[in-house]
Design a protein. Structure first.
Length: 367
């Protein structure tokens, strides 16, 4: 069919169909397409879904209204956050079905950008929908009761974004596929944190998992109670089929550990927020140094030379700052309670990679 034939076909669409399309538009006010779009769908035919399921696709103006029409828990609602910009919202539904009836919906697809990076999130309502995870899993992580599988493959999208990362998971009978192009494997977790919240590594329980740890992939966490209400968490990976502990973290609440590439070498470090029995908070960073696992603490000289806190070296234990890693901001924080007292503390933030840390070989003490 050439352009002239297409024009004539559109012109011959029955007036009753146009009136029906207008009525549907008024009934579902969040539809963007009007009668002309309905005509185009009729002429061009319905889309074929991966397994032969015929669907029609329409563009949506308001994410809030389509979520309200759904009536259930839909994680696309998280994309209404002020710092998320949506650039496209499309809904596919069964050919000939009622678009206002969620039972006819197949997939809600949302595109946009968050923190300056493009994303696509598909919400698949049909059990016939086909997932994209044909490759081997790159990582598996847990957000509460939701297991997320992450995949990666090379992409020609951009020289600066050579990989396509996508995460697949299911919640409340909806299957989700969240994808981005990036050169940093950590970026996909930014979006997962947005729609699922910070990953829960199991509270104080053993058996939780963490992914992409020190270049080993999935890590299993085991807990040991070392004093009343105080715990130590041991992080195990598989090496040649054997369980090897590559990190430890201790405190009262946790585990609090995040896999982040601090030095940009492609192998992420493991950052642990720990708390001693006397309440002193400390950050410990573990790294894989050419096959040797090392742990690092922030140098006291760093506080003196970079921040100007000379009292850290002079005042003894009570002058040590409270150290934490903030995973949302991606920075370390140090709080000085010594200079002005607990009622007027001084907090600084810094992000200098591994420069602040002194490293030494990690010596695991068995459970």
């Amino acid at each position: 069919m050439n352009s002239k034939d297409l024009y004539n076909a559109i012109g011959k669409v029955d007036d009753d169909i146009l009136e029906q399309s207008e009525a549907t538009k008024k009934k579902t006010g969040w539809l963007k397409w009007g009668a002309m779009a309905a005509c185009l769908c009729l002429v061009a035919g319905a889309f074929l879904w991966p397994k032969g399921h015929q669907v029609e696709v329409t563009e949506i103006e308001s994410l809030e209204e389509v979520i309200a029409s759904y009536g259930g828990n839909l994680l696309a609602e998280r994309l209404s956050a002020p710092d998320v910009r949506t650039t496209g919202i499309r809904l596919s539904y069964t050919k000939g079905g009622d678009i206002s009836d969620p039972a006819a919906w197949d997939t809600l697809s949302v595109t946009g950008d968050y923190n300056g990076q493009d994303f696509t999130m598909d919400c698949n309502f049909s059990s016939e929908g086909e997932q994209k995870g044909s490759a081997d899993a790159y990582a598996v992580t847990q957000y509460g009761d939701v297991e997320v599988t992450i995949y990666r493959k090379e992409s020609t999208w951009s020289k600066n974004q050579p990989f396509l990362y996508w995460a697949e998971f299911a919640l409340d009978s909806v299957t989700y596929n969240l994808s981005i192009h990036s050169d940093d494997p950590e970026d996909i977790y930014t979006y997962l944190d947005l729609v699922l919240g910070e990953p829960e590594n199991g509270g104080n329980q053993s058996g939780a998992t963490l992914t992409n740890v020190l270049g080993f992939g999935v890590c299993r966490i085991e807990m040991e109670e070392i004093a009343p209400y105080q715990y130590k968490w041991h992080y195990y990976v598989k090496v040649d089929g054997e369980d090897v502990c590559v990190a430890e973290q201790f405190g009262y609440d946790g585990p609090e550990a995040w896999s982040r590439d601090l030095d940009g070498d492609g192998v992420p470090e493991l950052i642990c927020n720990s708390t001693y029995g006397d309440g002193v908070e400390s950050v410990i960073v573990y790294r894989n140094n050419n096959g040797i696992i090392e742990e690092g603490n922030i140098k006291l000289s760093y506080y003196e030379e970079k921040i100007g806190w000379t009292h850290v070296l002079e005042g003894g234990t009570f002058s040590l700052p409270a150290e934490r890693y903030d995973p949302k901001q991606g920075v370390f924080t140090a709080t000085d309670y010594y200079t002005r007292g607990y009622d007027d503390p001084i907090t600084v933030e810094f992000d200098d990679g591994l420069e602040p840390f002194d490293f030494f070989p990690f010596n695991h003490l068995p459970l």
